[in-house]
Design a protein around this ligand. Structure first.
Ligand SMILES: [Zn+2]
Length: 406
């Protein structure tokens, strides 16, 4: 199961309602716990099912306020209580010395748990609809939430008083046809990545443009008086811009990783944790201090993460190989051909192979990942794929099953 957290923006009325419901849940929790304690003193044993049906009785008798809370939410209060009881008795059995379950004081019951039902997602707007609460604005719903089956939503108030929804998504495995194809992917110097089938995926061009905008906004913010109306306004604008940049980058990374997992059964990449300590690190060092570089580095890590989880979900494989020497090695004869950062072409004086340097590296990565040394290496021009073509869906579309470019 995957979980996904979004911030909620309840209006004043809804906030009051949420707080009220939390407190009703707390009182119910305490009431049920009290019943359990009473029963034990009398030497009787209560069960989860018995306390469950007790809720119905409470609703119609001493606690009519329970009617204001969605019934499944109340069930989950009972569930939580019994989960606590069970984990406590487990600890006791293991010989630990522990006290009894305690009643929850005001403010100590923190979640409203909608399990299986009682919620809805507004497809087109950023809104979540809860039974007995209403339609609450939120931010950050994306396709992952919209397209998957939602198992439940847990509402929680943070210490600063903000509300969040943790959305639980069922992780349905994706059935993709096996292609029996493997690929090696090298993180590029001038492009985002280059693969062993000769594709070069360009970096999103708008990064620099947006970074400029962000810098301007940051300066604006710094000039305002902290806490003032204008400061708050500038702060919100900056947050919006950052969220926009992040979303665009994620969209790009999702589409590229989807493409590779759809087409290949076996994807080989370098182990980025080792890269930081090796020549690849030096390769990037020249500009490593710039924000641009920082974002790219983060993007590769995120790209590999997306690749990995998408692969696991589709029963495919991502292999991380040791990056040492992938750029220097000749992908045809295996000899070392030294080159510095500015050398764009791999030219091997031993076997006369001439290739783009990153293309050469990607073939070495494929060889290491598959353990196969007899890969036919040919010199061919790289197919350049622009980031905008990817984002707009011209290439690397979500449903693409076969490569459209060769
Ligand atoms: Zn060679």
């Amino acid at each position: 199961m995957l979980t996904y957290k979004v911030q909620l923006y309840p209006n004043k009325q809804q906030q009051a309602k949420l707080v009220e419901q939390l407190d009703i849940c707390r009182k119910l929790y305490n009431k049920l716990l009290e019943e359990c304690k009473k029963a034990r003193e009398k030497g009787e044993k209560l069960t989860q099912i018995k306390t469950q049906s007790f809720i119905v009785w409470l609703k119609n008798n001493s606690m009519p306020e329970l009617k204001g809370v969605y019934s499944k939410v109340l069930q989950m209060v009972n569930y939580t209580l019994w989960a606590n009881i069970k984990s406590l008795s487990k600890l006791k059995k293991s010989g630990r010395k522990i006290g009894h379950l305690r009643f929850k004081g005001k403010g100590w019951y923190k979640t409203i748990n909608y399990n299986q039902s009682g919620f809805k997602i507004d497809e087109h707007k950023n809104k979540l609809i809860f039974s007995k609460i209403g339609t609450i604005n939120c931010r950050g719903l994306d396709n992952r939430v919209r397209k998957n089956k939602i198992k439940g939503i847990i509402l929680k108030r943070s210490q600063t008083g903000r509300w969040f929804a943790t959305i639980q998504i069922e992780n349905t495995p994706l059935v993709l046809p096996k292609t029996n194809k493997s690929v090696g992917i090298d993180v590029g110097v001038s492009s985002f990545i280059v693969d062993s089938d000769g594709r070069s995926v360009e970096n999103p061009k708008n990064i620099d443009k947006q970074l400029k905008k962000i810098k301007v906004k940051q300066q604006t913010l710094a000039r305002k008086k902290k806490g003032s109306k204008n400061w708050l306004k500038a702060k919100l604008q900056l947050a919006k811009l950052l969220a926009q940049v992040t979303n665009q980058r994620k969209d790009f990374l999702h589409k590229v990783s989807r493409f590779y997992v759809n087409i290949y059964d076996f994807v080989c990449v370098e182990d980025l944790n080792i890269i930081a300590l090796s020549q690849k690190g030096n390769k990037n060092n020249k500009r490593s201090r710039t924000l641009h570089r920082h974002i790219l580095d983060a993007s590769w890590g995120q790209f590999f993460n997306y690749l990995s989880y998408k692969a696991v979900n589709a029963d495919k494989k991502v292999v991380k190989v040791h990056p040492k020497g992938t750029t220097q090695e000749c992908s045809r004869c295996g000899r070392i051909v030294k080159k510095n950062l500015s050398t764009r072409i791999h030219f091997c004086p031993y076997c006369n192979l001439e290739l783009d340097r990153d293309y050469n590296a990607s073939i070495n990565i494929l060889k290491r990942g598959t353990g196969c040394s007899s890969i036919l290496v040919e010199n061919r021009p790289l197919v350049i794929i622009s980031a905008s073509a990817i984002v707009s869906g011209q290439v690397f579309s979500m449903n693409q099953a076969t490569p459209s470019l060769r």
